[in-house]
Design a protein around this ligand. Structure first.
Ligand code: NAD
Ligand code: IPM
Ligand code: MN
Length: 363
């Protein structure tokens, strides 16, 4: 069958290092299932700004729009932190998501028993944790108008607007209820409806959509309590649905349940075009270029791409099995280092994954 057309955006910092690993294991896992890929690399973030003056050049948009899926590593770094908003790598990433209408960001966090001791929390709190954060990705305070800087009472002010329309909440709610149906049918909607009008609308619309899913148990929780409950009793959650900003914060928190930000993948789904698949973590400038990055979140994002973006779940299964096998074999990158386990670099982790993929699979 025809090759799957993937636009690859390595970006900045550790991005190129983890991308190299992900592409090599994707090729290998695809080959085992008779699937092939064409990878088209394009510029985004700081790398794009340096080369073209634009963190999301039109050529990158066209390559993404004309592909079956987009695989993104990470953007950003100290070098670009003081640029004006329009030139920032982060703005490039937000424009990418928005231009592809990738509104539904799925961030699963599942504790791998082998890694429970790599977390800062106790093993007995973590065992069995398997949750999914559904984060609205192209609205809310990240995109609301008005925003900017101004003056009040003779001093400078900065302002941003948190705003959602009914249809924006409806479409993310439908994704979340449907996702909950494939899991244990419990959905927690997270908001700040005790204070914010935008959250009151969110709660009203999610409740209304919920009437169409009587088989899913819906509850509402304030975000401050949700942040606490995620640490106190993470097993109490199954599927969560929340706004852009709250989802950003809660997903980094959920990452620590799995041991490291370097383990958490994500899928950003659109209703009418290619999805964007990217790790939850950033460009990790503190370890970039040192062969220390954990490529597993990126590899697991490639697996989500195979399952949700390309319709080749068997390739996804092979990638996920290879990650599990490598962790079971006892090797770790520095971020998930454990006493008694061997610490290896990003490239060596890539080689270990290729070996696991080549090993005969139990029937
Ligand atoms: P970060 O996620 O890059 O790093 C936070 C910490 O986690 C660092 O100590 C880093 O070394 C570690 N870490 C992250 N990923 C890792 C991995 N794969 N392996 C090992 N360790 C890992 O967040 P930050 O430091 O707050 O931000 C750095 C830059 O990344 C900023 O410019 C930020 O805007 C950007 N960022 C980009 C994305 C994205 O591209 N989706 C996401 C978050 C942050
Ligand atoms: C993420 C990141 C981005 C976000 C930044 C880099 C714009 O933190 O993907 O979680 O806030 O969405
Ligand atoms: Mn984030």
């Amino acid at each position: 069958c025809a090759a799957h057309r993937v636009t690859v955006l390595p970006g900045d910092g550790i991005g190129p290092e983890i991308t190299a690993v992900a592409l090599s294991v994707l090729e290998a896992a695809g080959q085992a299932e008779g699937e092939t890929f064409t990878f088209t690399e394009a510029l985004i973030g700081g790398a794009a700004y340096d080369a073209t003056g634009d963190p999301y050049p039109d050529a990158t948009y066209r390559a993404c729009a004309d592909s079956d899926a987009v695989l993104l590593a990470a953007i950003g770094g100290y070098k670009w932190d003081s640029l004006p908003s329009a030139s920032k790598p982060e703005t490039g990433l937000l424009r990418l998501r928005s231009s592809l209408n990738a509104f539904a960001n799925l961030r699963p966090a599942k504790v791998i028993p082998d890694l429970a001791d790599a977390s800062s929390l106790k093993r007995e709190v973590l065992e069995g944790v398997d949750l999914l954060i559904v984060r609205e990705l192209v609205g809310g305070i990240y995109f609301g108008q008005p925003r900017g800087f101004g003056e009040r009472d003779g001093e400078k002010v900065g302002f941003s607007t948190d705003i959602y329309s009914e249809s924006e909440v409806e479409r993310i709610a439908h994704v979340a209820f449907k996702a909950a149906r494939t899991r244990s049918r419990r959905l927690t909607s997270v908001d700040k409806a005790n204070v914010l009008e935008v959250s009151q609308l969110w709660r009203e619309v999610v409740t209304r959509v919920g009437a169409e899913y009587p088989d899913v148990e819906l509850s509402h929780m304030y975000v401050d309590n949700a942040a606490m409950q995620l640490i106190r009793n993470p097993r109490s959650f199954d599927t969560l649905v929340t706004s852009n900003l709250f989802g950003d914060i809660l997903s980094d928190e959920a990452a620590m349940l799995t041991g490291s930000l370097g383990m958490l993948p994500s899928a950003s789904i659109s209703n009418d075009g290619p999805g964007v698949f990217e790790p939850v973590h950033g460009s990790a400038p503190d370890i970039a270029g040192q062969d220390k990055a954990n490529p597993l979140a990126m590899v697991l994002s490639a697996a989500l791409m195979c399952r949700h973006g390309l319709g080749i779940p068997a390739v996804a299964g092979r990638l996920e099995a290879a990650v599990a096998a490598v962790l079971a074999s006892g090797v770790r990158t520095g971020d998930i280092a454990q006493p008694g386990k061997q610490t290896i670099g990003c490239k060596a982790m890539g080689r270990a994954l290729l070996e696991a993929l080549a090993a005969p699979v139990a029937a």
